[in-house]
Design a protein around this ligand. Structure first.
Ligand SMILES: Nc1ncnc2c1ncn2[C@@H]1O[C@H](COP(=O)(O)OP(=O)(O)OP(=O)(O)O)[C@@H](O)[C@H]1O
Ligand SMILES: [Mg+2]
Length: 334
């Protein structure tokens, strides 16, 4: 491994980049705005503000879906642009460390490697690490230990549940449920109850403010949208009860996935998990009263880290700074 190493977490919601020696260098929305076939208008956070607002000629898209690359051409343009920003215009040759979900096909994993190879990255080596291992490292879990740990990463498009023991993944499950699904359900509920059509960003804001996993507090907020009947701009007062009801179903599916993994967990590891509790990470771990909800449903203690959406990239950072940890990765051959 060379001196320079760049770690990337290609999340559905955001691309997070760690640069060896510099720390977390980027956290940009995984969005690109393109005019015509290839003209990049904006990338990352700048493109995100255009979502839902751009004229017809400008296409604003998210190239990752369900944790895998849905549009490699656009993801490549986006990566090229982010790397140029990372290196202030002149991309230097470097090793790359990429976190990928555990439960995807070899072809889907390979696509991340191809992405780096085809971009302007000037990659020397590409190392792949499974996301649950990276996020466990990022949460300071002692992954070398023979003590098993249960980690749940609730992101934007996916939730990945994994049991980790002795530097490996004993069991894992990736389900296509996360924060986006919650936003969609909030949008449907607001439409049904208030006859109001709202945008994705409004739904997300409402979720952050009013979404309780259980025991909702009695709060509300005014939101803006388009009245379904009159077609005119309109505002309504939306309650935490409506929002919390809307996010209940996906949270239930997440608990079911945790239960399914627990049912299959070897008994010795089950005992470790009872002692250590479950570790919840990913941006959607910020949902209010989530710890209480999961504790009620699983009877396990719940650990939630503060900057939960950064766990994977923090783990990549640890590997980048300590080459011994490269043993956790696999190098992809050209
Ligand atoms: N305070 C908050 N309350 C509720 N949800 C939040 C909060 N902050 C962020 N989120 C949600 O977290 C999600 C983003 O999380 P994260 O950055 O972990 O996703 P990602 O890694 O890009 O996606 P994935 O892992 O699914 O590919 C979004 O759906 C966002 O709405
Ligand atoms: Mg993620």
């Amino acid at each position: 491994m060379g001196k320079k190493i760049v770690g990337i977490d290609f999340g559905t919601n955001a691309v997070k980049i760690y640069k060896k020696g510099a720390g977390i260098a980027m956290n940009e929305k995984n969005v690109i705005a393109i005019k015509g076939k290839k003209k990049v208008v904006a990338t990352g956070n700048d493109a995100y503000v255009m979502l839902g607002k751009a004229p017809e000629q400008i296409e604003v898209t998210k190239p990752i879906r369900n944790g895998v690359i849905a549009d490699i051409g656009k993801m490549q343009l986006l990566l090229d642009s982010l790397l140029e920003q990372l290196y202030n215009g002149k991309v230097k040759s470097s090793d790359y460390l990429i976190a990928v979900p555990m439960d995807i096909t070899e072809v889907e994993k390979r696509a991340f490697f191809d992405l780096i190879q085809r971009s302007n990255a000037k990659s020397k080596n590409v190392f792949i690490v499974e996301k649950p291992l990276a996020s466990a490292l990022g949460m300071d879990i002692d992954i070398e230990s023979t003590r098993g740990a249960l980690c749940v990463d609730i992101g934007a498009d996916t939730t990945e549940v994994a049991i980790i023991s002795m530097e490996g993944i004993v069991l894992s499950k990736l389900i296509p449920i996360g924060g986006y699904k919650m936003d969609q359900l909030i949008t449907s509920s607001v439409r049904r109850k208030h006859n109001l059509v709202i945008g994705d960003k409004t739904a997300e804001n409402v979720k952050k403010e009013l979404g309780f996993a259980c025991n909702p507090e009695n709060v509300s907020m005014r939101i803006f949208g388009r009245d379904l009947v009159s077609g005119l701009p309109s505002e309504v007062n939306v309650s935490s009860e409506l929002v919390s009801d809307a996010i209940h179903e996906p949270l239930g599916s997440i608990v079911s996935a945790i239960r399914l993994i627990l049912e299959r967990t070897p008994p010795e590891i089950s005992a470790d998990i009872v002692n250590g509790g479950v570790y919840i990470t990913g941006g959607s771990a910020h949902i209010k009263h989530l710890a209480e909800f999961i504790k009620d449903e699983t009877r396990l203690d719940v650990n939630i880290v503060e900057d939960s959406e950064m766990s994977v990239v923090n783990g990549l950072g640890k590997i980048a700074e300590n080459r011994k940890l490269l043993r956790l990765t696999s190098a992809v051959k050209r």
